[in-house]
Design a binder for this molecule. Sequence first.
Ligand code: AMP
Ligand code: ZN
Length: 114
Amino acid sequence: MTNCLFCRIAKREIPASIVYEDERVLAFNDINPQAPTHVLVIPKRHVATLSDLTIEDDAMIGELARRAAAIAQERGIAASGFRTVFNTNRDAGQTVFHVHLHLLGGRHLDWPPG
Ligand code: AMP
Ligand code: ZN
């Protein structure tokens, strides 16, 4: 989608601090980090929200989760712990309508979230 921020980052039209890329997945540092590690893992293909997934997206969601875990491992926060979050729509505070998995870690994270 031409006016989607994360599609534009995936197409390198807007700069980002990219930490991983392959044919289907991109990961970059969140511009407003909420923890020492705050990475967004996105599919390159536009899907607006988790509610828009189809069965064809099952493998892609698995890739996002595996990639988040791999980045946590690389950053040395896998054993101490990390959080992965998909925000969906207004009550969850979704602001960018292109599916993204937040990877947060490097500090203690409270539960339940606010
Ligand atoms: P959400 O609230 O789940 O939709 O998360 C959107 C996230 O995207 C927020 O954590 C923002 O800080 C982050 N964000 C917004 N614009 C950019 C950008 N240009 N580069 C990196 N992260 C961004
Ligand atoms: Zn998009």
